[in-house]
Design a protein around this ligand. Structure first.
Ligand SMILES: Cc1cc2nc3c(=O)[nH]c(=O)nc-3n(C[C@H](O)[C@H](O)[C@H](O)COP(=O)(O)O)c2cc1C
Length: 324
């Protein structure tokens, strides 16, 4: 057997897990060590109530951080046993994680694959610029194992996907156009020079969003000329419970990190799934692509990204989210 993680290592793994994506970089999570186990709690004080009144995206974001954690701890030859929603009386307590040593015999087998995923945590960025299309094998099998691991499916949309999702994006944008609360909230979170939370101007395209993208404040990021040729995919679940949301976030993280390993650029999109009418349209687009699960949770753009590193979007200091 190899040694399991000490508390300093768990803290370091949590810091790495906090590189996970979250709605508007709100980072709505708190981590607490209790009796040798790590608890993940949603932090309601960091919710985004107009865009996300039910807290669905808050839980999806936490699910992404939970999956990032399970990848991060492999650095210490450790695996996680995850109990989801362990306390029926506390819906904000999303998971309790216990750590298990990985028997040495099992370490080398998957080691390179897992190490690649770990490296992807630091390399991944949300890229809002237009993409070139994925190349022939880029998407083969992507997300297939998410079904087994997280009961969520990734459906790649066919040739009619861009037109269908454009219609959904236009629908949600028109619902929001004269909603001052939505715009006040969006401008609170995005378009500043903030360092540790929100979406900074440096990662928002000066040319505005791609056609299916969210209309953020205009930023300073230059984009290559030409249309967006990204592949579009939808993560769906059978039901729409808190557990489905959590698992969708885990599946999202798995898909984003795997795509990053394959040198693909990625962008999660929820402007399309926040408004009931446009969420229905996304569900119909997924169904047309063969999806049988009824609840569209999140859209992902995938493609060959423009050359040139994107700036890193900052995170809150670990002290603000960690308690031991
Ligand atoms: C639930 C969820 C919803 C998101 N929705 C959008 C979106 O609609 N548009 C977008 O450009 N990015 C979206 N993102 C990406 C976040 O803005 C991004 O993760 C955050 O700003 C941190 O940046 P990073 O991913 O580059 O680390 C979403 C991420 C999550 C987890």
């Amino acid at each position: 057997m190899v040694a399991g993680p000490g508390i300093a290592q768990v803290r370091q793994a949590v810091a790495t897990a906090c590189r996970a994506p979250s709605l508007h970089n709100s980072q709505p999570w708190r981590w607490r060590m209790a009796a040798g186990r790590l608890e993940l709690h949603a932090d309601g004080s960091r919710s985004v109530p107009v865009a996300d009144p039910l807290g669905r995206q808050m839980v999806i974001s936490c699910g992404a951080a939970l999956h990032h954690l399970t990848v991060a701890v492999t650095r210490y030859a450790t695996a996680c046993r995850v109990e989801r929603l362990p306390d029926p009386s506390d819906p904000m307590h999303l998971a309790t994680v216990t750590f298990e040593q990985i028997p040495e015999a099992r370490v080398p087998a998957a080691a390179e694959q897992v190490a690649a995923l770990r490296r992807a945590i630091d390399a991944r960025r949300t890229d809002r610029r237009p993409f070139a299309p994925p190349q022939s094998n880029d998407l083969t099998g992507l997300g297939e194992d998410a079904v087994e691991m997280f009961a969520a499916t990734l459906t790649l949309l066919g040739a009619d996907g861009p037109a269908r999702l454009l219609e959904a994006a236009q629908c949600s944008a028109s619902v929001r156009r004269y909603d001052p609360d939505y715009h006040a909230e969006l401008y609170w979170w995005a378009g500043h020079v903030a360092v540790s939370e929100g979406v900074p101007r440096a990662v928002l395209p000066a040319a505005g969003p791609v056609p299916v993208g969210r209309e953020f404040p205009v930023g300073t990021l230059t984009s290559p000329p030409g249309p967006d040729r990204a592949a579009l995919a939808v993560i769906s679940t059978d039901a729409d419970t808190r557990l489905d949301w959590l698992r969708s976030g885990e599946a999202l993280s798995h898909v984003l990190l795997t795509a990053t390993v394959r040198a693909l650029a990625t962008c999660p999109l929820t402007n399309l799934t926040e408004v009931a009418a446009s969420r229905r349209m996304v569900g119909e687009a997924a169904a047309a692509g063969g999806e049988r699960r009824g609840f569209a949770q999140i859209v992902v753009r995938l493609g060959r990204g423009p050359v040139g590193e994107l700036p890193v979007t900052g995170r809150r200091p670990i002290e603000e989210v960690w308690e031991a």
